[in-house]
Design a protein around this ligand. Structure first.
Ligand code: NAD
Length: 353
């Protein structure tokens, strides 16, 4: 099978990662990169990669079929549209744009130019997420009424463009985009009706350095998504509560632990003695009425992202990351900013496609 020719715009942290891993996917050739900074172009050449001297030179290279965009967030839209107008299929880094109106312009360009466009939602291949997806879909937990997803770092926002509003910085756009996309993948069968979000500004007034977002799904399921950058201890990465079982992934290296209750009516337990008195209500059940099991970490290969996109370019597959999915994540992020501004819950429309 012939390989698809790709080039990368932006050879920073993520651009160099794309360089390595589109090659590792075995379905693409790397034709070269373009970066506005000369030192980055020089570094690419030192790494044996062709560095185009201008954007025009890269887009004018007729052998290039796919362009991957890995530049700061505010620059995604103009570059994506320009690349599609030059006849290239485009993979754009997340968050794809800073607003749903900008995203619509990209989709319109994709339609007008007849070129494919997708976004690098690579955290769909994370094992912790895949195990929670399985826990939810298995039905073992009964009626799921709560899902919690967290990343809690301790080193603030990186001191680059991610701390600046004009470049599309902040943790909602950086990490929220992944965690919202994952949550909608886990709770695949329900619509988000409304949400409430509060942002943190512990280290940065311009952009958020963390947030707590509650998504209210139809049927009473609440999902909490939380990102922090000033935490020296972390809550579990994932937690899921159902009427007959609970699932937890402690951190991203962990497997998923499930505790299910087989004998709901057999409630008698030894009371817990606290300093202030006894409690049976809050005492944990024992192994006579619960069963522990595990979902092991699945095999997952993130290179399938490029394999899928290259197959889609050849007309042999549907894109895994669809326009509709990108738009619903963008709308939830927009509604989150609005909720924080108004200090109240807001309705979310058009969030299932
Ligand atoms: P970075 O600052 O390390 O690199 C950005 C590079 O883009 C720099 O080398 C800069 O010189 C170059 N650049 C800026 N404007 C340009 C332009 N107009 N034309 C060409 N080059 C230009 O940033 P990064 O960490 O690599 O992030 C880049 C993108 O990748 C962002 O959108 C970020 O959100 C995304 N990202 C995604 C993941 C993921 O897991 N999917 C991880 C990290 C970053």
């Amino acid at each position: 099978m012939s390989k698809t020719n790709a080039a990368i715009i932006g050879y920073g942290g993520m651009g160099s990662w794309h360089g390595k891993y589109l090659l590792a996917s075995d379905v693409a050739n790397l034709c070269g990169i373009y970066d506005i900074k000369e030192e980055r172009r020089k570094l690419a050449q030192e790494n044996g990669i062709r560095a185009y001297s201008s954007l025009e030179e890269l887009l004018g290279d007729e052998s290039v079929e796919i362009v991957t965009i890995a530049v700061p967030n505010d620059r995604h839209k103009p570059l994506a549209i320009k690349a599609m107008e030059a006849g290239k299929h485009v993979i754009c880094e997340k968050p794809v744009t800073l607003s749903s109106a900008d995203l619509k312009e990209i989709f319109d360009a994709s339609e007008r130019c007849g070129r494919l466009f997708t976004t690098h939602q690579n955290r769909r291949w994370d094992c912790d997420y895949l195990m929670m997806k399985e826990a939810y879909a298995s039905g073992k937990l009964g009626k799921v009424f709560g899902v919690e997803s967290r990343y809690q770092g301790s080193r603030g926002i990186p001191g680059d463009w991610r701390g600046r509003k004009e470049y599309g910085g902040g943790m909602m756009l950086d990490w929220g985009v992944h965690l919202i996309d994952q949550m909608l993948g886990i709770v695949y069968d329900k619509k988000v009706e409304s949400l409430y979000c509060r942002f943190d500004h512990l280290t940065n007034d311009e952009v958020d350095d963390g947030f707590k977002l509650d998504l209210y799904f139809e049927g009473g399921l609440t999902a909490r998504i939380e990102v922090g950058t000033s935490h020296f201890l972390s809550l579990p990465r994932f937690f899921m509560a159902g009427t007959s079982g609970t699932a937890m992934v402690n951190d991203w290296r962990d497997r998923c632990r499930l505790v299910c209750c087989d004998k709901w009516e057999e409630k008698d337990v030894k009371p817990v003695v606290t300093a202030a008195g006894l409690t049976k209500t809050m005492a944990p059940r024992d192994e006579k009425t619960t069963t522990e099991s595990f979902i092991e970490r699945p095999a997952s290969d993130v290179h399938d992202f490029y394999r899928n996109f290259c197959a889609a370019v050849r007309g042999e597959a549907e894109m895994t990351v669809t326009h509709a999915q990108l738009m619903r994540v963008m709308k939830i992020m927009e509604a989150s900013f609005l909720s924080d501004e108004k200090r109240e819950p807001v309705k979310v429309e058009d969030c299932i496609y």
